[in-house]
Write a protein of this length. Structure first.
Length: 724
């Protein structure tokens, strides 16, 4: 158990908890050895007790510790102490991308692309070191106060996936790739897919696939087509849309094959956003069997025969030349020079020399005759075929028809037996059909007989044999009284479209101005929320364009921390200016914004700089002493005599000495002391009471003598200081 104030690894002092997740808690700590602030991530107990997981976690975390890149949260150390396993990382002051998106509703195209470039550069550095993240999502991306984007949690995801950690630990299924959802092999291109989903959320403020259960969402990643971000935000340029599409292809081979390729396209989209330059890759098409026409086939055969005949003729000619050179000692050119000549010229010279040669070679003549006959037969066949085709005697597809049919013929698909689905839940049936290799399609229909979400009918009967990959249409009940329209008034456009789409409602959009509804949020909807309508009814939403005036309204940042206040101001179209630290009377405001230079609700020009003040807690009260100091009284010391030299010291109850003097003259004038931090104190009097020697003569004549004496006296006088 990690507690605040304890020392971990003999060097890391735990200061405060700054975050928590499915697998671990994160603490801010001070590294006393290097005198720097760090973040310490401590594994939760249920994972610390899994020896197999801990082993893989250490290996992967140590590998991640080897990464050093400006866009990666660097890992400094990995350790274990009393059964507590931890990693020490760079401390980044800022907010997660998820929280930033939530504050701004959605990011501008330029900002989203810039963030994506920085994330890609960090992931690329990891991939170059053979480290795959496997859990890219906005929650694992941090934006520092300086605007630097950093990716965190490298290495942890791989350790978790290799130990079948449940999905609630592995993070949101909203960002997982289809191959990860199937439980199959994942590689660098899985990170590309997850980054594409993250870009979609930055641009639209929502994730592309949503559902009530993780299984339902995973099915959508595997089965459903990726929606276009331009359906939710029409101003997204075509190049950015195509980049998201390419990242989120179902097949890894169709995505960007490396982060470097993605970075190149992202940078180009910043320069030419409206240019459609993204190249979609279809490996199935590129690697598919190409059909060869009859003309191309004959041309290939002819070239093959000519080449073979030429090589054989060259070989025979060399043999003949060697024999002739022995008999006649005539000069023969080098073979390389003959090979550089055109085939026709070579054959022509060979035939010419054959005619001119007086020596007769029977073997050579026999082979030449055979070649000539074969060539004549081939030429004759080609001529006959071309003439016959010209007159329609031969079908154009006669030759090679069997080859084409063989190439086009596909292997018969295996068939599976259809299961019983009527009366079962929609999600349950989807999973079962996917396991059979079938693709479910959903249609909703009102029904009084079946409850909402129950399968009423199916396009394929139970027990029927059907080919794998076939579509199966499921008719699902929408309830007896139609579907209730959800309430989307006041929420963002993207969220409203997502909510209505989830309920099966097509969306029509209109625009309007409203002084009270934030720009981009829904002003009204028709049909109204709560009304029940048939499934598939279109809902019209009216999107606020803000007040009709050109100025923007100042939001309320009071009570928010600095990063949150900045996000609120940027979202409103303003800028955060000077940040100062001040005292504030409310202790609960410590560390939060307690002042902004413009009042909430005021209308100012877009881009106006708003200065804020951060509370450093209540100001300590101060007191003052403005009284004169009187001499010791008879009650304080009956033996005190005026004129005695006294040391007078003024002390505060916190031990601070405020004033000190020696005097025999009282009262002491007001010393005028201020800035006292304690409300009470005391005056310390220190002196000596001296008695001189004396003698007394009595009536009877006797004398009593008193000797001289001295007594040290010390006492305190309590005082109450005044506020001031």
């Amino acid at each position: 158990m990690v507690k605040i104030g304890m020392i971990v690894g003999d060097r890391y002092e735990i200061l405060e908890r700054i975050g928590t997740g499915g697998m671990s808690d994160v603490y801010k700590a001070k590294d006393h050895k290097l005198n720097r602030m760090v973040a310490v991530k401590v594994l939760k107990q249920e994972f610390s007790e899994n020896a197999n997981f801990v082993s893989k976690f250490r290996v992967e975390a140590q590998a991640a510790a080897g990464l050093a890149h400006p866009n990666i949260v660097n890992v400094y150390d990995v350790g274990e102490e009393n059964g507590v396993y931890y990693i020490v990382m760079e401390l980044v002051e800022g907010i997660t991308l998820k929280k930033y998106i939530e504050k701004k509703a959605r990011l501008s195209v330029k900002e989203a692309v810039s963030i994506a470039i920085q994330v890609s550069m960090g992931i690329e550095a990891a991939h170059n070191n053979h480290i795959i993240h496997r859990d890219i999502k906005p929650q694992n991306i941090i934006i520092s106060k300086e605007g630097k984007v950093k990716v965190t949690d490298f290495g942890i995801a791989k350790a978790a996936t290799s130990n079948t950690i449940t999905s609630n630990v592995m993070g949101s299924v909203h960002y997982t790739s289809p191959e990860q959802a199937r439980g199959g092999y994942s590689d660098e291109k899985s990170d590309v897919y997850s980054l594409g989903i993250t870009m979609f959320e930055m641009l639209t403020g929502r994730v592309p696939f949503n559902g009530e259960t993780t299984v339902a969402i995973a099915i959508k990643h595997i089965q459903e087509e990726m929606p276009s971000p331009r359906d939710y935000v029409s101003e997204i340029p075509v190049s950015v849309e195509q980049i998201v599409f390419k990242c989120c292809q179902k097949s890894p081979d169709r995505r960007y094959q490396s982060m470097g390729e993605l970075i190149t396209d992202l940078k180009r989209s910043l320069m030419t956003p409206d240019e459609d330059f993204v190249k979609m890759v279809d490996p199935d098409e590129d690697g598919s069997t190409k059909m060869i026409s009859s003309g191309e086939r004959q041309k290939i055969k002819k070239q093959s025969v000519n080449r073979d005949g030429m090589e054989e003729a060259m070989h025979l000619r060399r043999e003949a030349d060697v024999k002739k050179s022995v008999k006649k000692k005539r000069y023969v050119p080098e073979y390389e020079e003959e090979e550089e000549e055109e085939p026709d010229e070579i054959e022509y010279e060979y035939e010419e020399e054959d005619e001119e040669e007086e020596d007769y070679d029977p073997k050579m003549e026999r082979i030449t005759t055979i070649l000539a006959v074969v060539a004549a037969v081939l030429i004759g066949c080609i001529v006959l075929f071309l003439v016959g085709r010209a007159f329609g005697i031969f079908d154009a597809g006669l030759f090679g028809q069997k080859e084409e049919e063989t190439q086009e013929e596909e292997e018969p698909k295996e068939k599976v037996q259809m299961i019983e689905v009527v009366g079962k839940g929609e999600d349950e049936v989807k999973v079962a059909l996917l396991k059979l290799g079938l693709t479910p399609e959903i249609e909703y229909k009102e029904s009084a007989e079946y409850e909402q979400g129950i399968v009423m009918d199916c396009s394929v009967g139970a027990g029927e044999m059907i080919e794998e990959g076939s579509n199966v249409v499921l008719t699902v009940s929408a309830g007896s009284e139609g579907v209730e329209v959800p309430d989307v008034v006041g929420i963002s456009e993207a969220e409203a479209v997502a909510t209505l789409g989830k309920g099966g409602f097509p969306v029509n959009k209109t625009e309007g101005h409203d002084a009270y509804i934030k720009e981009g949020n829904v002003i009204t909807q028709s049909p109204e929320a709560g009304s029940k309508v048939p499934a598939g009814t279109a809902v019209t939403i009216r999107i606020s364009q803000g007040p009709e005036i050109s100025k923007v309204q100042v939001p309320d940042t009071i009570g928010r921390d600095e990063s949150e206040g900045m996000a609120i101001l940027v979202e409103a179209g303003l800028q955060m200016g000077k940040v100062t630290e001040v005292h504030h009377s409310d202790p609960a405001m410590a560390g939060l914004i307690c002042y902004q230079s413009y009042s909430v609700g005021d209308y100012v020009d877009a881009g106006t700089v708003v200065d804020v003040s951060i509370s450093i807690g209540p100001e300590e009260a101060t007191y003052q002493f403005i009284e004169s100091i009187a001499a010791p009284t008879a009650q304080e010391d009956p033996n005190y005599r005026s004129g005695t030299m006294v040391t007078v010291t003024l002390m505060a109850d916190d031990g601070t000495q405020l004033y000190s003097t020696q005097t025999s003259s009282f009262p002491i004038a007001n010393p005028g002391i201020s800035g006292i931090k304690s409300s009470t104190g005391y005056i310390l009097f220190q002196y000596v009471n001296a008695t001189e020697a004396s003698s007394i003569t009595h009536e009877d004549g006797s004398v009593t003598t008193t000797e001289a004496s001295s007594e040290t006296k010390e006492f305190k006088r309590t005082v109450q200081f005044m506020e001031g």
